[in-house]
Design a protein around this ligand. Structure first.
Ligand code: HEC
Length: 112
């Protein structure tokens, strides 16, 4: 019984002890290899409207979207599969990488 308790508690303890920092763009670039087929090398897409541009998007928004795909709160069969294996650190690193790239996204300030 004691062993069973340990087996149940240990993974949880390891997980919560893993330090998560604010996100690192260089690490995110390395982790983004698998995302490039659809989102492009730097997140500017591959010229197909169905794949959203991630470059220059707010990192907080990108991280929020990845978490939502992971939990299923945001439904998309494709992205759910790619978000599922991401750790919180992966999400922060990928968000830092795409957020730091130059993209066409703009706010509405030029309409003022
Ligand atoms: C097979 C193609 C494909 C791959 C590979 C892929 N994505 Fe996506 N991604 C999509 C599609 C399609 C959408 C739009 C889904 C929707 O409508 O919600 C999307 C949406 C997103 C969004 C939300 C963008 C927004 O503006 O709301 C983020 C963030 C994202 N992907 C990150 C990633 C990351 C990080 C990876 C790699 C770990 C990845 N994607 C790999 C196809 C892909």
């Amino acid at each position: 019984m004691k062993h069973l308790m340990l087996a149940l508690l240990l993974p949880a303890a390891l997980f919560s002890a893993a330090p998560v920092d604010a996100g690192n763009a260089e690490r995110g670039r390395e982790k983004s290899a698998i995302c490039q087929a659809c989102h492009g090398v730097d997140g500017n897409g591959i010229g197909m409207d169905m794949y959203p541009i991630l470059a220059g998007q707010f990192p907080d928004y990108l991280a929020h979207a990845m978490r939502a795909y992971k939990t299923g709160e945001r439904e998309d069969v494709v992205m759910r599969g790619f978000a599922a294996p991401l750790s919180e650190q992966d999400i922060k690193d990928l968000a830092a990488w795409y957020g730091s790239q130059k993209g066409p996204l703009a706010d509405l300030s030029h309409f003022k």
